[in-house]
Write a protein that binds this ligand. Sequence first.
Ligand SMILES: Cc1cc2nc3c(=O)[nH]c(=O)nc-3n(C[C@H](O)[C@H](O)[C@H](O)COP(=O)(O)O)c2cc1C
Length: 220
Amino acid sequence: MSPDLGHFRENYDRSELRRADLADDPVTQFGIWFDRWMEEPHYDAAACVIATASADGSPSARYVLCRQFDADGFVVYTNLESRKASDLRENPRAALVFGWLDQQRQVRIEGPASLLSAEESDAYWVTRPRGSQIGAWASGQSDVIADRSVLDRRAAEVTERFGADEEDGPIPRPDDWGGIRIGVDAAEFWQGRPDRLHDRFRYARDADDPSRWQIDRLAP
Ligand SMILES: Cc1cc2nc3c(=O)[nH]c(=O)nc-3n(C[C@H](O)[C@H](O)[C@H](O)COP(=O)(O)O)c2cc1C
């Protein structure tokens, strides 16, 4: 039997979002909210959910870390043979959700997904800790494996091959690991308000001039 979850009720009264407060474009608005988010310490502050769908329309979603955002979109790094990457090859569109719940905020981003260039992925790869680099080589992400020892054995083999220390030289980026950029076709900013009368604003590209954004308030 399900535990009773009905009594978890927050009062959404911490802030409000008005049309006049919004930046003209969603990435600037995201930056304003992100700066506010970063004013307080958060566990895994860069975490967001990315949703993909396969060619037959089956959706799936999982957390990833957003490593960069700018006018070109939002960048995440992953294994390029994983389920998400295979979905994006079949159906190159994704949705991101940033759930900044203790600020009673949610941001939704939707748009086309594209692979970063090898040079861009390399530039991020070299900033990763050596242990994470070894982990990327050791894990065929989303493959079925027999047990934990498979992972530990592969990690030991990779460590043996490349060396455990920085003095052993740089570890090259695996071909099946890289960055994916989600461009922004649409975005929505949600601010919780009392009595479920939340503030929601959606940015969509203007049909006549895609460099401009139409902003609409949505009913909660
Ligand atoms: C907080 C958090 C952050 C994560 N960050 C990443 C990430 O940046 N890249 C990644 O590939 N997986 C990340 N994962 C693991 C994914 O959620 C997922 O298990 C993995 O990418 C395989 O997903 P897939 O089989 O649907 O492709 C993260 C998980 C959590 C909980």
